[in-house]
Design a protein around this ligand. Sequence first.
Ligand SMILES: [Zn+2]
Length: 424
Amino acid sequence: LKNNSIASSVDGDRLWQRHLEMATFGPSENGGSTRLALTKEDIDGRLRLAEWAAKRGFKVFLDGIGNMFVRREGTNPTLPPVMTGSHLDTQPQGGRFDGVFGVLAGFEVLEALEDTRTATQHPIEVAVWTNEEGARFWPGCMGSKVFADPNKLQPMHASKDINGISVHSSLAQLFLAFPTTPRRAVGFPVASYVEAHIEQGPILEAEKKIIGIVTGIQGTRRFRVEVEGFQGHAGTVPAELRKDAVRASVNMIAKLQDFAYAADSRVRFTVGRILVEPNAPAVIPGRVTFTIDFRHPELSVLNEVGDQIETICAQNAAGCKFKVNEIARTNPTDFKGLIPDLIEDVSQKLQLSRMRVYSGAGHDAENLAMLCPAGMIFVPCENGISHNEKENVEPDHLKAGARVLADVILALAKLVEPLYAKRD
Ligand SMILES: [Zn+2]
């Protein structure tokens, strides 16, 4: 154990094998994973992680939204834990590394500490956040959102999947599978949080860097716009008498996008779902519902553009009634300070190529950043492809990310002198 480092004890083969093993839960046809939140596949994957934890003597806990915590005790158990982790749920036909890497890299850090009998003052916990992807239940980052704000527990329990199955009843299945696992109240003090993740974008690969030091996560506002026209016969109603919900919506969307993209080149404005009713070729559409996903790194732009949506819709309603509902909002996250600097410092000591990057995708770390100093470590993924069965990474890059994570966690959890302190 040289220079307060356990990086050399990180076992890249073990880390890779664990990824392959986790991918056996919900394998998809073309080599990816389909492990939607709180399904049997997700629960079975968590059970495997709990088995690995038990073998090393780590404790496992679950909270009221199904977040799972694997804990390696510190010499001062009353200190708040230093936390790492990510998620094990995937998109349908998703990849084997998105989220999984953060959980397994965290677990590898615990194992490396155990292998070297390294004692830390703070306990260290690896979190598995429930329903990060938001693919089965709305909204995403559900577990970490509730962790950061326990008042959201009850509303999230009521969220249902497309088959009408609630989070609440799916959680019952999880708890049934973990009958003796101690339950914790939702939300507790955390000393600091560092999440490792694949980049899910092309920048690190293009710049030939192995470590991304994440400086922030852009904010998101999501809206659902309901446009109500008047259903009628496509052949008989003259133009001036129509209240055509598609015509109004198409105009609204075009004007909204023109306005949003005029703000600057960092605007991301997506209308990804349009529902037309009755959706018949010979019927003037009576009703259209469309979604808006608007993202930007700056709160001011998020506010200014987002707050104009209602006005722009009003200017283009063409006689239709409409309603703009804001259904989710996450402000931009700024990881400035301690953790990014520490990641930079450790990467430099380990002689790993690195650069600062900004995250376009949302992550659980944005919720933890509301509670404690937080940050993220990115590693490259092949061609930037993610949320896809083709998602792929270099095993060496996973190892490098885990090595950085190990020394960052070690620094935060405070090594106990003398080195190699024996634990009982
Ligand atoms: Zn993820």
